[in-house]
Write a protein that binds this ligand. Sequence first.
Ligand SMILES: [Zn+2]
Length: 178
Amino acid sequence: MAAKGSDGAPWGLEVRRVVNGRGLVALRPFRAGARVMPIIGRVVTARTVWRWWSSSPRRAANCFRLAGDRYLDPSGQLGAFANHGCRPNVRVVARGDRLAFEAMRAIRAGDEVLHDYATLLGADDVWTMQCRCGWGGCRGRIERFDRLPMRVLRDYQAIGAIPRYVLRTTAESIPSRR
Ligand SMILES: [Zn+2]
């Protein structure tokens, strides 16, 4: 199923029906560490996203946080179909205003591409969502990164799965091994 403006063919991805509505499915395998796709979108302010919470909550929920007061709105692009998973297979890599998905583990053809929304939710983020990712170890709730179970948080930090600007939103410093 191809949604308008979301042709994933160049990246080896396709928007398909998945357990929770529509999602991004890999058409080919990706090695761990491989770049999966750039997250394309329009840079908008936190204020704009805040307004969308009442007018179009789905659009707001799909936005990716960038550093500072900015978000990336992937409307009409593949990134809008990237679902959350408590056992993700991609992480978000940030470089300035550019975001990309990178494989955290090997992805097989046919696997849904999932990232952990919590890795982009700062300590100042009030958004939460019930999780129905279906994984056996599902946390049941998606919320700010600093509420992740310590073990998960450490694993994410070890591989740089939480962008620095998200880590900086908490006053309590989390031990880093760098
Ligand atoms: Zn879950």
